[in-house]
Design a protein around this ligand. Sequence first.
Ligand SMILES: Cc1cc2nc3c(=O)[nH]c(=O)nc-3n(C[C@H](O)[C@H](O)[C@H](O)COP(=O)(O)OP(=O)(O)OC[C@H]3O[C@@H](n4cnc5c(N)ncnc54)[C@H](O)[C@@H]3O)c2cc1C
Ligand SMILES: NC(=O)c1ccc[n+]([C@@H]2O[C@H](COP(=O)([O-])OP(=O)(O)OC[C@H]3O[C@@H](n4cnc5c(N)ncnc54)[C@H](OP(=O)(O)O)[C@@H]3O)[C@@H](O)[C@H]2O)c1
Length: 452
Amino acid sequence: MTDPVRVAVIGSGPSGLYAADELSKHGGVTVDVLDRLLCPYGLLRYGVAPDHLKMKSLELTLRKVLERPEVRFLGGVELGDRLTVDDLREHYDAVVYATGSAVDRRLNIPGEDLHGSFSATEFVAWYCGHPDSEVDKFTLDAREAVVVGVGNVAVDVARILAKTAQELRVTDMPDHVLDVLDASTITDIHMVGRRGPAQAKFTTKELRELGELANADVVVDPAELVLDAAGEQVVESDKTVRRNLEALREWSQRTPEGRPRRLHVRFLHSPVGVLGNGRVEGVELERNELDGNGGVTGTGEQTTIPAQLLLRSVGYRGLPLSGVPFDERAGVIPHQQGRVHRDGATAPGEYVVGWIKRGPTGVIGTNKGDAKETVATLLSDLDELPRAPHRDPDALPSLLEQRGACVVTWAGWEAISAAEEALGVAAGRTRVKIADREALLTAAAEALRQQG
Ligand SMILES: Cc1cc2nc3c(=O)[nH]c(=O)nc-3n(C[C@H](O)[C@H](O)[C@H](O)COP(=O)(O)OP(=O)(O)OC[C@H]3O[C@@H](n4cnc5c(N)ncnc54)[C@H](O)[C@@H]3O)c2cc1C
Ligand SMILES: NC(=O)c1ccc[n+]([C@@H]2O[C@H](COP(=O)([O-])OP(=O)(O)OC[C@H]3O[C@@H](n4cnc5c(N)ncnc54)[C@H](OP(=O)(O)O)[C@@H]3O)[C@@H](O)[C@H]2O)c1
């Protein structure tokens, strides 16, 4: 084939970019990476905690993929809005869905929707300057906050609540976020797990940071660090769990040093209701007992944590894409080795990677091996791929513009990035994120204007 194979990757998060990396390294393939957002990098830009600067710097590695001549970024392009699967099949020989798991899971308990109760997803989107998040979504005028869940996202949001705005000025957080964090009245943060410490999902490096906070004492009740037979076994076999437990045990012996905030790490309590008249006033918990098999049973004994802010950090869920098969129960696109399962069979031409392929678990690196599998499947199909009728690379962007989309190219993104760096310089910071969609579009348009 002399004409390159044209592949569309839908989603510019880590999985989409790892897939683009693998594809573009194979000769004779060009890749368009489309994203509904104006900026690339998915959760690396809009999820990874801003104070995790080393992890954030992975953007520098991933941008090299988007800079390759075989790869093109098209931001502001949403599959399902002005763009259909049929359009994609007309313009590309293959499509890779890499749309992640964008929405939060619910607790399904009374009071969950009271004012002051939010998903961690909403809080993360707000502090990361996601353009879909309202600027004034959070006020942080609470005294006590409850974070439900003991995964790494719960650790992230608890840590951000515990830190001072001054500590977070090294990050790229938007100014309106730092202003609210600066005015925060929170004194106590309670991170609550329903099972025991041996079943917690957080990893040791992330957990340990909580014990090193300058502005908060970490508080652990030794009575909640119990293990049953299943827990003892996991501690024996799993280094992460063993190290987590070591950290938690050490903290349970600490005497609080009178720091302005306290971060309470709790176990063996399930949220059963959110109390309040119109807004959150407390979170009702039921005490659990370990069942010997890694699970828990409720004891019926209830306690209430007074709280004016609740953040539910109990995992994510994928969203169905219009015209794409979806497994409602698992919240993923069904597939075999990355080849999409449609109408009871798999056929060359549609593929899936990342969280929308395997569910919302795994660190960024996990998506690399995952993308390798999918791309290997795609490449093994190359000879059978039905060729798309429209082969002009400019045809789809033109069509999208005609339909009213504001397509942001790589040059547009570079202009946004430069505008954020300029804001940073002006504020004595490295970068200040632009959260407002219109402001992002203005920055992107300015660069294109300057290019003539
Ligand atoms: C809050 C949080 C913090 C995390 N922190 C870390 C960390 O510190 N370290 C670590 O290793 N891992 C971390 N992870 C995990 C990591 O972010 C994921 O493993 C990774 O982002 C998954 O990549 P993905 O490409 O599948 O999804 P995403 O990163 O979510 O990317 C999906 C992309 O698809 C786009 N998209 C969605 N729908 C459409 C559509 N219809 N049309 C066009 N585009 C669309 C989205 O805009 C997005 O850009 C974190 C996860 C979360 C939730
Ligand atoms: N720094 C990092 O590396 C980093 C940072 C953030 C995220 N990530 C990764 O991103 C992925 C997603 O993280 P996550 O924290 O959203 O998910 P997670 O690791 O799956 O943790 C979800 C937590 O919610 C709890 N939970 C679920 N339903 C509940 C309910 N009804 N009531 C009470 N608790 C409930 C779970 O408890 P059970 O175990 O009892 O179900 C678990 O503690 C993970 O793979 C994570 O490692 C990594």
